[in-house]
Design a protein around this ligand. Structure first.
Ligand code: ZN
Length: 444
C-alpha cells in the first residue's frame, strides 16, 4: 500500500481514539530531560513500534553541550510539622520543579516562599517550572493554595537524586526506496502536560506505526527525545544520517482546539515548507503558515546555521500562545481526539505530497491529446468535474520535465490530491511518463 491509499482509507475517529488513549496512558509519568519517567515513556512507546532506545552517559560532550546528570524523583511534599501533606507530588507531578535538588528541612513561611511558584492570573492552575542547569529546589502550586498558607513553620522534603546516569532517546527507521530521509521528531521531556509533549509523542508514534510496511519513496526516521539536549545529542552523534535528511517535521501541540500552524524551516522555501503550506492553504481559514524563528522546539537545533536542515514544525496553537501552556490546565480535557485525528491527517497529507511530488513529461505535447476518446473527461458536469478536468489540463500543460506536481498544484491553485490523481490517470493512459526519481531532487 502507498501512503496515498493509507491517507484515503484512514478512519479518523478510530485514529483519534487511539491517539487520545496513548496520551492518557503516558500522562501520569513524571518525565524530565533524563531519568526513569522518560525511560518509562520510551518503553511504553517501544511496545507499539520497535524503537531503539539509546542511553548516552552523563558527561558526554555533545556539540557545545554536555549530557547532564540523571534526575530521579521519588517523592516530594510540604506539610505543617507532623501534619497532613499540603502540597503533594503524589497528587500532581507538576508540584515539584523539574530537576529540583533534594531538600529535607523545616523552614519559615518567609523562606519557603522563595522556593514557591504560582500563577496569580490563573489562581487554580499549577505552573510547570524547570531548573535544569542551575541547582535549586522548588515547588509549584496554585496561587489560591499559596495565598492560604499561614505564617509558621513548614516541613519541606524533596526525595530526589541528581547523579551520573544517562540521557535516553528513542529512534526508529522505516526504510523506503530512496536513501534520503524524512525526519519526524517529538520532544518527550515534560511531566503531566498533555498537549505540550504527549500529543506530539502520540502522533509521531502512530505515524511510525502506520508507515511501517508501506511502499515508500523516502526512508523515514522517527526520533522521540528530550527537547534541546536530545536533538543536540542526536545531531552530534549522527552526521551520516544528518546528511540524508531531505525533509523534516517537528511535531508538538497537536491536540488543542486551535487551527493548524506550520512554521517554515530557516530556509523558508524547502520542499517541506511548500508541501505544508499547500496542505494548509486548502484546509480552511484557521490554518496558517508562519515564518521561521529561532525559538520553539527542536527545529531550533535542526535549523541552526551549521546544519540548516529543511525541517519545519507543524503544530496547532504554537507553544506559549494558549493560556494553558506550561500549566496543569494542559491536561486530558484540553486535548481532544478529533483535534489529534485532524493533525494526524494533516501530517499524512504533507507526507503524501513529499511521496508523490514527481516530475512528468507529456508524451503528446503538440496540441492537447484527445481526452474524451480515452474516457478521461468526466461523464457528468458540475463543479467537481470541472476541477478534475482542470487538473488534467494543468498536468498535461506543465509536464515538460521541469515542473513538479507541487509546482503545478501551486500554479493552478488546486489541491495536490487533484493534481496527483490527474497525473495518475494520465500516466495510466500513456499520455505522460514519470521522469527518473531522484534526478530532480534538491540537495539537502
Ligand atoms: Zn514546553
Amino acid at each position: 500500500m502507498r501512503l496515498t491509499e493509507l491517507r484515503r482509507a484512514i478512519d479518523e475517529p478510530a485514529v483519534g481514539a487511539a491517539l487520545y488513549d496513548l496520551v492518557r496512558d503516558l500522562y501520569p509519568f513524571c518525565r524530565s530531560i533524563t531519568g526513569p519517567g522518560l525511560r518509562q515513556t520510551l518503553a511504553a512507546l517501544a511496545a507499539r513500534v520497535p524503537l531503539t532506545i539509546h542511553e548516552v552517559p552523563t558527561g558526554t560532550e555533545v556539540l557545545d553541550w554536555t549530557v547532564p546528570q540523571e534526575w530521579t524523583i521519588r517523592d516530594a511534599y510540604i506539610r505543617r510539622p507532623g501534619g497532613e501533606r499540603i502540597v503533594d507530588f503524589r497528587e500532581h507531578n507538576l508540584h515539584v520543579m523539574s530537576y529540583s535538588t533534594a531538600v529535607d528541612a523545616t523552614v519559615s513561611l518567609q523562606e519557603l516562599k522563595g522556593h514557591l511558584f504560582s500563577l496569580p492570573e490563573h489562581p487554580d492552575w499549577i505552573p510547570y517550572r524547570t531548573s535544569y542547569y542551575a541547582r535549586r529546589w522548588g515547588f509549584c502550586l496554585s496561587h489560591r493554595q499559596l495565598s492560604e498558607l499561614d505564617d509558621g513553620e513548614y516541613e519541606v522534603r524533596i526525595d530526589a537524586d541528581l547523579a551520573p546516569g544517562h540521557l535516553s532517546y528513542g529512534e526508529y527507521v522505516v526504510p523506503g526506496a530512496r536513501e534520503e530521509e524524512v525526519l519526524i521528531t517529538a520532544h518527550a521531556c515534560h511531566p503531566s502536560l498533555a498537549n505540550d509533549n504527549l500529543s506530539g509523542l502520540a502522533l509521531v508514534t502512530l505515524l511510525a506505526e502506520h508507515l511501517t510496511g508501506l511502499e515508500l519513496r523516502y526512508s523515514y526516521r522517527f526520533l522521540l527525545m528530550p527537547g534541546t539536549i536530545g536533538s543536540i545529542t542526536w545531531l552530534s552523534r549522527n552526521q551520516p544520517a544528518v546528511e540524508r535528511i531531505a525533509h523534516g517535521l517537528v511535531a508538538a501541540c497537536v491536540g488543542d482546539p486551535g487551527g493548524l500552524t506550520y512554521k517554515r524551516s530557516r530556509r523558508g522555501d524547502a520542499e517541506v515548507d511548500r508541501a505544508a503550506a499547500q496542505v494548509l492553504r486548502h484546509r480552511g481559514a484557521d490554518a496558517k503558515t508562519v515564518d521561521f524563528s529561532p525559538y520553539g522546539y527542536d527545529e531550533r537545533q535542526f535549523c541552526s546555521p551549521g546544519f540548516n536542515l529543511p525541517v519545519g514544525s507543524l503544530t496547532r496553537t504554537p507553544h506559549g500562545q494558549y493560556p494553558q501552556y506550561h500549566t496543569s490546565a494542559d491536561d486530558l480535557g484540553f486535548v481532544r481526539p478529533e483535534h489529534l485525528a485532524d493533525s494526524f491527517t494533516a501530517y499524512l497529507e504533507v507526507l503524501e505530497i513529499l511521496e508523490g511530488n514527481r516530475r512528468y513529461e507529456n508524451l503528446f505535447p503538440r496540441g492537447e491529446p484527445q481526452l474524451g476518446r480515452r474516457g478521461l473527461y468526466p461523464a457528468t458536469g458540475g463543479p467537481q468535474a470541472e476541477i478534475e478536468t482542470l487538473g488534467l489540463l494543468w498536468v498535461l500543460n506543465l509536464s515538460d520535465g521541469g515542473w513538479s506536481l507541487l509546482d503545478i498544484a501551486e500554479r493552478a491553485g488546486l489541491a495536490f490530491d487533484v493534481i496527483a490523481r490527474a497525473a495518475d490517470a494520465l500516466a495510466k493512459h500513456g499520455l505522460i511518463a514519470a521522469c527518473p526519481d531522484g534526478a530532480d531532487s534538491e540537495p539537502a
